[in-house]
Write a new protein. Structure first.
Length: 387
């Protein structure tokens, strides 16, 4: 009898043990997010945002905030000693000339680009056209400028992409037709700056990892190339250096407001379909949590100090335009509104609310012709009002 009791007690204990193990959480990750992601977000207080920072002089705050961003972007390539631009091809178009050029964007990289120059006597206002990501790496600058002197495959690729994302209109050519010098480069990993072994979607994550293992950041390299490109564009004799702007769609929009924040060489910016907050992007369902494209737009540790709209606000009081789509599944509208409000408070605190244009269109993730027209009108107002 005693043996029976002992065996019964053992089986009862074993059964409870199994049940307890079954009830224990056996995972730490949900849909690529740490199970404690909400707690992580709660620790993001953005202490260097305007209004949170102990610095109350706005000019001093801008300098300090930009320094913080630049420190998070290290290790960076040195600026070129000279641009040494060369023109390797030209094509006359209606009202402007398209040029294929090469120039030194840093001491480490000499890159190809398209430069569009209006007919007539300058100096002209100028726009840097910043291409998107789109998980489409075979072309970069050709998404913004109609290519020439390329293979039929590249021409067809560009033509298809501009229909899918830009309503059939090359934004760079559209601005050149309207009197702007236009520069467009390939971001690292796209087009003629792509992967030697061929296109690989997973290759971007490996590239980003390798940058980080060497104390650097792929996203930061893209941003600093854009800064150096702006400085190069402003140095050209046909460009009015006081009227240099930047424009981009999707990843290009992120690049655009980052560029306006990082350098005062840029006087105005337009950013189409990329603005939100970490609160709304870091969820179980948002595309940002998949990695992939996110790696090209990450600056390590920056979220400890500034969120996206806070970083963009370093550009204040420059004229800045932000468009987003109500049907854009990549950027939740609630996050768009929160980001717009955060920026609005900064621009209005500097009595420059009229210089910040924010609009939510009844549109998906797309840069349609009407949006392009309004972007052109924005730049005309800010950079051609004395013409």
């Amino acid at each position: 009898m005693r043996l029976f009791v002992i065996l019964f007690s053992f089986l009862l204990f074993a059964n409870r043990t199994v049940k307890a193990q079954t009830d224990t959480i056996s995972y730490g990750v949900i849909k690529n997010m740490p199970a404690f992601y909400e707690q992580l977000k709660q620790q993001l207080t953005y202490p260097e945002a305007w209004g949170n920072s102990a610095t109350k002089d706005f000019g001093k705050w801008r300098t300090e905030a930009r320094k913080t961003v630049m420190e998070c972007m290290q290790n960076l390539p040195p600026a070129p000693k000279e641009y040494d631009m060369s023109v390797v091809g030209t094509e006359q178009r209606a009202g402007y000339e398209a040029r294929k050029i090469w120039f030194n964007v840093s001491e480490w990289s000499r890159i190809p680009a398209y430069l569009l120059v209006p007919d007539g006597k300058g100096p002209f206002p100028a726009i840097i056209m910043l291409h998107d990501h789109g998980a489409h790496f075979s072309i970069g600058k050709e998404k913004m400028v109609r290519p020439f002197g390329v293979s039929p495959e590249i021409s067809a690729d560009a033509g298809d992409w501009v229909v899918r994302c830009y309503d059939g209109q090359y934004t760079g050519d559209y601005f050149a037709q309207n009197g702007y010098v236009v520069l467009s480069i390939d971001a690292l990993f796209w087009g003629e700056r792509g992967r030697k072994e061929g296109i690989s979607y997973d290759g971007q994550q490996a590239l980003a990892s390798n940058f980080m293992q060497m104390g650097a950041s792929w996203g930061a390299f893209i941003n600093i190339d854009d800064v150096r490109s702006a400085e190069f564009l402003a140095s050209l004799p046909m460009v009015d250096k006081e009227k240099v702007g930047c424009l981009g769609f999707s990843m290009g929009a992120y690049r655009s407001w980052m560029l306006a924040a990082l350098t005062d060489c840029v006087k105005a910016s337009a950013s189409i379909c990329w603005m939100n907050t970490t609160e709304h992007l870091m969820t179980l369902t948002n595309n940002q949590n998949k990695g992939g494209s996110a790696y090209s737009m990450l600056i390590p540790n920056l979220r400890r100090y500034l969120d996206y709209p806070h970083t963009a606000s370093i550009a204040c009081p420059k004229p800045s335009l932000f468009f987003n789509g109500a049907k854009d599944k990549l950027f939740p509208v609630a996050g768009v509104k929160d980001a717009y409000q955060a920026m609005r408070e900064v621009w209005e605190s500097r009595h420059a609310g009229d210089r910040l244009v924010t609009k939510i269109w009844e549109e998906k993730h797309f840069f349609n012709k009407e949006m392009q027209k309004e972007a052109l009108e924005f730049f005309n107002k800010e950079m051609r009002n004395n013409d």
